[in-house]
Ligand binder design. Structure first.
Ligand code: GLU
Length: 299
């Protein structure tokens, strides 16, 4: 019982965001350590309907996550978004000729990304979004800008789960509409898959003993573990490849190619690495080499 109370208290703390008195000391992205991306002047992309509409509007609308530590996180007090995905979104904005400070971020859950891009609710999406052939039928992807891998998060005192082979009969939580949920259902049918809208709800359920594991990309899980190292741990080796792309409307190839060019430029000039070190790098993994951009043809 005492453990449950402690777990619930911790869950509340994680949900509420850290930095309050009594919360564990946590290093987050420090604004003064983040790179500044000079805004391209005179940039034009008339062949892109998305860019043209944004220019008329005066700013970009970007879809992101708000509950993924070091990747995409919204400060509940200020409404400010931060993390590696947010930095990628800002680099892209600067290259497209829009001041990153003017981006209007919208939180979009995993299951709603394709619809948001298809409806034009957002101009592009940066939020741990795996590029795959099925999704490419519905949206376009610039990138990849990072390669993650599916992994498992368990409570610190869990000894029985060390990899996906140990999941038979266990309750495993993931986000609806995500590739990790699909992989668990397809490749590990003896696991009891539980789906919620977000990974932070899964983590709350893990801490309150409602599920036995959370599964998604190692990047996301390591962020949660780094925020609660006394309660949570990531186990086993990654068991998939999740190349992260920037989601765009499928028909807007001009925008997709412009973002591919922008990514390559920011990787080359060191912005990518500086941004990684100031955000995702804080969860413990040194910056890898960014993967090559895959500028696949239109059609
Ligand atoms: N990268 C995986 C996906 O795109 C999992 C993370 C997420 O749900 O955003 O489905």
């Amino acid at each position: 019982m005492r453990r449950l109370v402690a777990a619930l208290a911790l869950a509340a703390l994680l949900t509420a965001g850290c930095g309050k008195e009594g919360s564990p000391p946590v290093k987050g992205p420090q604004p003064d350590q983040l790179p500044v991306y000079p805004v391209a002047t005179g940039f034009q992309l008339p062949d892109s309907p998305t860019w043209t509409a944004a220019k008329r509007r005066g700013h970009l609308v970007v879809g992101a996550k708000e509950d993924q530590p070091y990747l995409g996180q919204k400060d509940p007090a200020t409404g400010t978004y931060s993390g590696f995905d947010i930095e990628i979104a800002k680099m892209m904005s600067a290259s497209l000729g829009f001041d990153p400070k003017t981006i209007s971020f919208r939180t979009i859950a995993s299951a709603n990304r394709e619809t948001a891009l298809q409806n034009g609710q957002i101009d592009y999406y940066v939020g741990t979004y795996t590029i795959n052939d099925l999704r490419k039928k519905q949206v376009g992807f610039a990138g990849p800008y990072y390669i993650a891998g599916q992994s498992l998060l368990v409570r610190k005192d869990e000894d029985d789960i060390n990899g996906p082979q140990d999941l038979a009969g266990k309750r495993v939580c993931s986000a609806a509409g995500s590739t990790p949920l699909q992989r668990i259902q397809r490749d590990y049918p003896k696991a009891v898959a539980v789906a919620y809208d977000t990974y932070s709800i899964c983590v709350d359920n893990l801490l309150s003993l409602q599920v036995d594991a959370v599964t998604t990309d190692d990047t996301i899980l390591m962020g949660f573990a780094a925020k609660a190292p006394d309660a949570l741990k990531v186990v086993g080796a990654p068991f998939s490849k999740e190349p992260y792309g920037i989601g765009v409307s499928r028909g807007d190839t001009a925008l997709r190619f412009a973002l591919d060019d922008a990514l390559a430029a920011h990787e080359k000039n060191g912005d990518w690495k500086r941004a990684y070190d100031a955000t995702l790098g804080l969860s413990g993994v040194p910056a890898p080499q960014p993967p090559p951009v895959d500028r696949y043809p239109a059609g």
